[in-house]
Ligand binder design. Structure first.
Ligand SMILES: [Fe+2]
Length: 294
């Protein structure tokens, strides 16, 4: 198998300097979100520059080869404006949330069971997998690394093509069949949205163990094979991925259609128990589709 570590692109100093001047103003995120909603940011002078074209082409190249990459050397802005601009390289049609927000921030907490920011180990999944059209790209920027890194807060990305090859090679026909042939239902317990179909349809993968379990619970059917299939997917995803850390400022861009992602258990260091602690904090956004390299 190829090198499992994510490809790394280092942002040139001109790009980092331009990001500094655009992203560090107090209202930078608001202005960028507004312009992303209205014009796709195309009016920004930086996006018309030769530096941007070269940077963007390098990001596209790494993404095309491995369906994910890490970008280093960018500044971190307090509200995540840098992530929005970075994701514009390969992402289009940003998803908006409450109040037209594009960027969300998650800080890990020992006091929640919410999957987005619990300190418990997560499972390999795709994001927003019960929506009628799942987002093509997930983008993440590390604001604060896990205080227990590198042992805690590790990330993994498993490519669909590698998992299918692995399952075929180790003759795990049941898991292969489950992913590519079986009709399954995934249910989001919170939004009550559900989706039915094959986990792999065409070249789009949708998968989240929690939503599969929730659908099985709701239908009242005891599905003894489901736990076994989920374990089979986890085994394959582990085998074709490697753990990696994110340092402050690192941006991870990944295909939410062609990869599964995972976050290991996180740690916290209390400053004053129980409410003040340092922990992993990240900005997240989703792009509806991939942008062609222009
Ligand atoms: Fe996720």
């Amino acid at each position: 198998m190829n090198d499992l570590n994510p490809p790394v692109v280092v942002a040139p100093s001109e790009i980092a300097a331009a990001f500094d001047s655009i992203c560090l103003a107090p209202d930078a995120l608001e202005a960028l979100e507004q312009s992303a909603r209205a014009s796709d940011l195309a009016d920004l002078p930086l996006l018309k520059s030769g530096e941007w074209a070269r940077f963007s082409a390098e990001v596209h190249g790494a993404f095309a080869a491995r369906d994910h990459l890490i970008i280093k050397g960018l500044p971190v802005s307090a509200h995540g404006a840098t992530l929005l601009l970075t994701a514009r390289t390969i992402g289009a049609a940003f998803r908006t949330y409450r109040g037209g927000q594009i960027i969300k921030q998650f800080t890990m907490s020992p006091w929640t069971t919410e999957l987005s920011h619990t300190t418990r180990e997560g499972e390999f999944h795709t994001d927003l997998n019960t929506e009628s059209v799942s987002p093509a790209i997930t983008a993440m920027q590390c604001l604060e690394p896990d205080p227990g890194a590198p042992r805690y807060g590790v990330n993994r990305v498993a490519r669909l093509t590698d998992m299918l090859t692995f399952l075929a090679e180790c003759a795990d026909a049941k898991t292969l069949h489950f992913l590519t042939q079986e009709r399954v239902t995934m249910l989001n317990d919170r939004s009550l949205s559900s989706w039915s179909g094959r986990a792999v349809e065409g070249d789009v993968l949708r998968y989240h163990p929690e939503t599969l379990r929730a659908a099985a619970r709701r239908s009242g059917e005891f599905v003894p094979a489901l736990a076994e299939r989920i374990a089979g997917v986890a085994r394959a995803a582990m085998a074709v991925s490697a753990p990696f850390g994110l340092e402050r400022g690192d941006v991870l861009l990944l295909s939410n259609h062609r990869t599964l992602h995972y976050r290991g258990e996180c740690s916290v260091v209390f400053k004053r128990y129980p409410t003040e602690f340092s922990s992993r904090s990240v900005f997240i956004l989703h792009a509806g589709r991939e942008r062609a390299n222009s």
